[in-house]
Design a protein around this ligand. Structure first.
Ligand SMILES: [Zn+2]
Length: 133
């Protein structure tokens, strides 16, 4: 049984919906900005090649930021789906209720703190996990 009341879930749902809207706006603006930069990049390429490394560096930072936003968007969507499916607040790994304080701070949490800690340790120890920058 999740430790959350119907009212808690509704208020968390509102927060998630608000966050989804904000992320949509950010991602939308970023796409437009990226297209604009690509255009400027192409136009400036001929006489501005000296700045290439800086541009690459900025693009790298930008992409990891975009990636975080997209990942968060997926997490938010998944949390909203769990609310729809009536399994919100329940750990997807062990089926125990997720600590209420954790959900309040981190409404997209899908694992209890115990499973999340184990999951992250496994990822860090895994061969395919290479920290980016
Ligand atoms: Zn768990």
């Amino acid at each position: 049984m999740p430790d959350l009341t119907e009212k808690d879930i509704r208020s968390l749902e509102q927060r998630l919906l608000g966050r989804r809207e904000a992320l949509r706006g950010i991602i939308h603006d970023a796409l437009i900005e990226t297209r604009r930069e690509e255009y400027i990049g192409l136009a400036g390429q001929v006489h501005d090649s000296g700045d290439e490394s800086i541009a690459d560096m900025l693009l790298g930072i930008d992409l990891s930021q975009r990636e975080r936003e997209l990942t968060e968007m997926q997490d938010v969507e998944a949390a909203l789906e769990r609310i729809q499916g009536d399994v919100y607040g329940i750990c997807t790994d062990c089926g125990d209720p997720i600590d209420r304080a954790r959900i309040e701070v981190y409404p997209t949490a899908k694992r209890c703190i115990r499973c999340q800690t184990r999951h992250e340790a496994e990822r860090r120890g895994g061969k395919d996990y290479t920290p980016s920058l």
